[in-house]
Design a protein around this ligand. Structure first.
Ligand code: SAH
Length: 349
């Protein structure tokens, strides 16, 4: 694979352009062209000769929308093809306040959570910063947005992969996606979800990019968490909470816990009570999700009624909590499911 030009900041592109012997104003044209989400070869402001020089070294189109699935509620799911033929997926959710795009940070994942489709074949490779950014750029362009008038207003790092397991590229992406002059999405409109890689959570607090920190908790005790999340053997809930508090102290941002309700596993009254005891009084919010059943994983979701009952227990216990509404249900699929289905269809899995 060639290099990815979208990995770079405006300043880096300025240096590259002068290295290639082009006048400085070309850098601005090139950068703005990239941010519009098209191919390098389609940037009309640039000369053919300059584009040919760029294309010797850089991928013309690092992320291509290969397939789109549209749900009746307007949610769109995408299969993206990378320059090396790998497939990743993403989702665009439409809300009253704007459009939220869910991006992937890795091809596959090595965390192997018991309920998740992304880890079914392990980690294939990390995405570069520019491959993460390009997911946003091509979807923004698809929806008719420009860098000045964004169609994608919010970004969540909740697609395939563990963002903090691809730390340097994820942070580079966060810098570039929030940078003035680019697509410039504010850090407060970005949420990063992690399974709880504690040392990297402390590092993130120091980066000066105050994104919303979301942690996948899914169980109120270390023992039960370890049954469904192998990473829980490495990092204890108490250490995760301490890292969240450090993040809050540094950024002033309330943190969020994701809790996917799995029938007979983490959905009991006792679990709700334990969660309340664990989290009461903390500057946090709990996001309940009804498990999306993954056919390769032998776990069942809960009914809507049971999910609301669990929510009620948390609220009565004094926690701030919501049940995430199921969106795009008719096009199916939690993290990794689209890709897993695609790979099976192709006979690649
Ligand atoms: N690796 C990051 C991002 C993953 S995806 C993390 O672990 O947070 C975002 C959320 O979806 C996580 O909370 C993840 O645990 C959850 N998730 C994954 N598969 C799911 C499924 N089948 N049903 C419900 N939630 C799921």
């Amino acid at each position: 694979m060639k290099e990815i030009l979208q990995d770079h900041s405006l300043e880096e592109i300025e240096a590259l352009v002068s290295e290639l012997g082009e006048p400085k104003y070309r850098a601005g044209q090139l950068f703005r062209g990239l941010m519009r989400g098209g191919r390098i070869s389609d940037i009309s402001e640039l000369s053919k000769a300059f584009k040919a020089k760029l294309l010797e070294r850089f991928e013309d189109e690092p992320v291509r929308i290969a397939q789109v699935f549209t749900a009746s509620d307007g949610t769109e799911k995408y299969l993206f093809e990378l320059a090396d033929g790998n497939i990743i997926e993403g989702v665009l959710m439409r809300y009253k306040y704007g459009n939220t795009q869910c991006v992937s940070t890795q091809v596959g994942c090595r965390m192997d959570c018991a309920f998740c489709a992304s880890g079914l074949n392990g980690l294939i490779r990390n995405l570069t910063a520019g491959e993460i950014l390009s997911q946003v750029l091509v979807v923004n362009a698809r929806l008719g947005g420009t860098p000045n008038k964004r169609a994608v207003t919010n970004v969540v790092l909740m697609g395939s992969g563990e963002p903090l397991d691809n730390y340097a590229n994820t942070v580079r992406f966060l810098r570039n996606v929030t940078a003035p002059g680019g697509i410039c999405i504010s850090a407060r409109n970005i949420s990063l979800s992690t399974c709880g890689l504690v040392p990297r959570m402390y590092d993130l607090a120091e980066e000066g990019i105050p994104v919303n920190l979301t942690v996948s908790l899914h169980a109120p005790s270390d023992e039960e968490r370890a049954r469904i999340m192998p990473v829980a053997r490495a990092y204890k809930i108490a250490d995760i909470l301490a890292a969240c508090d450090a993040y809050f102290a540094k950024t002033g941002r309330r943190y969020i816990f994701e809790y996917s309700l799995i029938a007979g596993e983490n959905d009991g009254k006792m679990h709700a009570e334990q969660l309340v005891a664990l989290l009461r009084g903390r500057p946090c919010h709990v996001n309940l999700i009804r498990l999306n059943e993954v056919k390769e994983r032998n776990l069942a979701g809960v009914s809507e009624k049971d999910a609301y009952r669990f929510l009620g227990l948390l609220e009565r216990g004094g926690l701030s909590a919501t049940l995430r509404r199921t969106i795009g249900a008719d096009i199916g699929g939690a993290c990794g499911q689209l890709r897993a289905g695609y790979l099976q269809g192709e006979g690649k899995a």
